[in-house]
Design a protein around this ligand. Structure first.
Ligand code: NAP
Length: 245
């Protein structure tokens, strides 16, 4: 896809990878709308990048998702790319039985249910446009799980699977479906449990954003960055044989 002249909606765009991607896309001549739950972080993002439009929205809320679509329908320029980036990461210990399931439910609602519902909600709208895209941000951990964050990794594996099917279903529409598979990137994700020093050794969010924008521009529909590429190698080779219809 051409990575200038589009209008992007990036969920969770006020921090981390989403914020860096928003900055990169603005630099490349795109209109960018971001959403997130915390108004203060959205205001900070707007202060750093005045071209951004921001809206407070919790993508795990069905009502908020519908309001996002209404906003997108009303505004000009029309959003033609949805980036499902919002995510959280939790520690879940199954040896403690049901203790952590509230955290796990929130994680599933944000990381998996929200992209499913938001995509389904946006697809009829996006399909009316001559060029449109959905970009799902999964994770290398969807391919090689870390056992202390089992539900996080499972949501990302599911997002990968979902993206394959969605891309196949959208093949005769104007909507291209991308998956971006990041490695460890410096951000606030899992801040409460990230070991000290991880962010210092991680890929900077700005580097990830440049690589992601480049991948979109060359229609690299399944793009694994940095060390995540090793985790993904040779997966899904059978997919075309299973989906001939
Ligand atoms: N950093 C990594 O190492 C890494 C690696 C692979 C994949 N990823 C993925 O990359 C994506 C971005 O993560 P990040 O690393 O940039 O972390 P981050 O800085 O914590 O960004 C996540 C963003 O999502 C927003 N968010 C969370 N729940 C939301 C909700 N219910 N509704 C709307 N926005 C919500 C957060 O803002 P609010 O809290 O204000 O809502 C935050 O701005 C995530 O999907 C993550 O799983 C990250």
């Amino acid at each position: 896809m051409n990575t200038s002249g589009n209008s992007f909606l990036i969920t969770g765009g006020a921090t981390g990878i989403g914020m860096a991607l928003a900055a990169e896309l603005v630099r490349r001549g795109n209109d960018v709308l971001i959403c997130g739950r915390r108004a203060d972080r959205l205001a900070e993002a707007k202060q750093q990048i005045p071209e951004l439009e921001t809206v407070a929205a919790d993508v795990s809320s069905p009502a908020a998702r519908r309001e996002l679509l209404e906003l997108v329908r009303r505004r000009s320029p029309r959003v033609n790319v949805l980036v499902n980036n919002a995510g959280i990461q939790q520690l879940v210990d199954f040896t403690a039985g049901e203790r952590d399931l509230t955290k796990a439910d929130e994680e599933m609602a944000i990381n998996l249910v929200a992209p499913i519902h938001l995509s389904a909600l946006f697809i009829p709208y996006l399909a009316e446009l001559p060029q449109a895209a959905i970009v799902n941000i999964s994770s290398g951990l969807g391919f090689a799980p870390l056992a202390h964050m089992p539900v996080y990794c499972a949501t990302k594996a599911a997002l990968h699977s979902l993206t394959l099917s969605m891309r196949h279903q959208m093949r005769n529409t104007s909507i291209r479906v991308f998956e971006v598979i990041p490695p460890t990137v410096a951000s606030e994700l899992g801040a409460s449990h990230r070991p000290a020093g991880v962010n210092a050794a991680a890929m900077p969010a700005e580097t990830a954003a440049t690589l992601i924008a480049d991948a979109l521009s060359r229609d690299d529909y399944e793009f694994a960055l940095g060390e995540a590429a090793n985790l993904v190698a040779r997966r899904e080779a059978m997919f075309p044989f299973m989906n001939r219809r």
